[in-house]
Design a protein around this ligand. Structure first.
Ligand code: PMT
Length: 399
């Protein structure tokens, strides 16, 4: 699900790195997310993989001739004008050297020279010694200075048996970064604090109190704010999710007490605070260092956790936007509005967590937003789209 890439003209330049087979998966994903791709292959790339594979998997045109008399147009200028995003993946040290020096001796390097937009990505993929070579490093620096975004290769096993930096990254990272480049930047210069996932209150070394929050809703919000230019800090409870690669500041917490500490550390400095985390209202009074026996566990004593958002509502300064989430199973609207008022929150997002098809864990959600003046229902959709709509609402209401 990459809403910002849907329908976009994306030009994929493919060179002869051994990871070329991963670019086939990239073109397949581009087709699945309904963007509009075209491919340029270098002559050497065609020695590894047939152009027909890219054409069939991507359902798209594949180019390699600089002088294409059949089309009656000049491929490198036309393609560079047509593309809204230009990705070179995998990019060999050779194409990096050529583009960084303005050499234009084949269709891919000619097109790179003619491409004047800032939405351009290079994915260097090669042997670690080639990658670390100061000449290659310098060439990558030149590309950066000329507006290219470099997606760093990963460390690990390389094709020739060596171990080091040079592996092709996950395609999701390339697509996530592509979204960042193509999305509007209406939250530029805003500092946003997002909490996500469950809290865990330990009972003894083997047991804990927690809830079903997967972190999805909060992670999608963090991604959306970051895509739109915000400086995002994500505070996350335990979850199996991989954080969005575009979000650089991630703080892991376990209990509500730790969450409170970290939230208060970043609160002053934040323009928008979004409390998506499902915070445990109670904790165990006395943590047991030893595993509790059957007879003692029935006598567990619990105590209240601090109400973090209520504390933030009291401390909030003018201009700070505090967004809460309400997880309800009954009297939905009434309970959400009560929380909005009592905790002095600027906006609350109501979730019906009694439903099995939305809310906790699920990829989709359906919510209603309340402020003191407005009510807006967001119909069932992927949490990424819900996050996008929530951000739109925040921007149009408070800025
Ligand atoms: O993570 P997912 O699987 O994607 O699920 C998403 C979600 C359903 C967890 C999420 O959308 C959601 O509803 N999060 C809020 C859960 C919750 O704690 O709701 P609440 O009604 O108990 O709390 C209201 C607000 O107070 C929340 O913003 C909460 O973060 C905050 N709170 C709650 C208790 C507490 N002690 N301190 C708090 O700050």
């Amino acid at each position: 699900m990459y809403p910002y890439l849907k329908g976009k003209n994306i030009l994929l330049g493919v060179t002869s790195g051994i990871a070329i087979y991963k670019a086939v998966d990239l073109i397949s994903k581009m087709r699945q997310i309904e963007c509009n791709p075209k491919v340029i292959m270098t002559k050497n790339a065609q020695r590894w993989i047939s152009d027909q594979i890219f054409s069939a998997v991507g359902n798209c045109e594949v180019y390699y001739e600089t002088f294409d008399v059949k089309t009656g147009w000049i491929p490198h200028t036309e393609l560079s004008r047509w593309a809204e995003l230009f990705i070179v993946a995998p990019a060999t040290a050779n194409i990096i050297a050529k583009i960084s020096h303005g050499i234009a001796d084949d269709l891919l390097s000619c097109t790179a020279l003619a491409y004047s937009k800032t939405s351009k990505i290079i994915v260097p993929t090669m042997n670690v010694r080639m990658y670390e070579n100061p000449i290659n490093k310098k060439n990558l620096e030149v590309l950066k200075q000329n507006g290219w975004s470099i997606i760093e290769p990963e460390e690990g096993h390389l094709a020739d048996g060596e171990i080091g930096k040079g592996r092709y990254p996950d395609n999701s990272e390339i697509l996530e970064y592509s979204e960042y480049l193509l999305s509007k930047k209406d939250f530029m210069n805003k500092k946003v604090l997002v909490t996500a996932g469950p809290t865990v209150e330990r009972i003894d070394p083997v047991r804990f109190l927690s809830n079903r929050s997967s972190g999805r809703m909060g992670y999608e919000l963090a991604r959306e704010f970051a895509n739109r230019g915000a400086d995002v800090t994500l505070i996350s409870g335990p979850t199996d999710l991989k954080p969005p690669s575009i979000v650089k500041k991630i703080i892991r917490i376990e209990s509500a007490k730790e969450l409170r500490e970290k939230v208060l550390e970043h609160f002053e400095d934040s323009d928008i605070i979004v409390m998506t985390a499902a915070v445990s209202d109670v904790r165990i009074k006395n943590y047991s260092e030893q595993k509790l026996k059957k007879d003692t566990i029935v006598n567990l004593e619990i105590e209240k956790n601090p109400d973090i958002i209520k504390e933030l509502g009291r401390k909030k300064r003018d201009g700070q936007i505090l967004v809460g989430f309400a997880a309800e199973t009954e009297n939905l609207k009434e309970n959400a509005i009560k929380k909005l008022k009592e905790k002095k929150i600027d906006m609350i997002v109501l979730n019906d967590v009694s439903r099995e098809d939305i809310g906790f864990e699920k990829e989709e959600n359906e919510v209603t937003i309340f402020t003191s003046k407005e009510e807006l229902r967001l119909e069932k959709n992927h949490k990424r789209i819900i996050a996008n709509n929530i951000c739109d609402f925040i921007f149009s209401t408070f800025f």
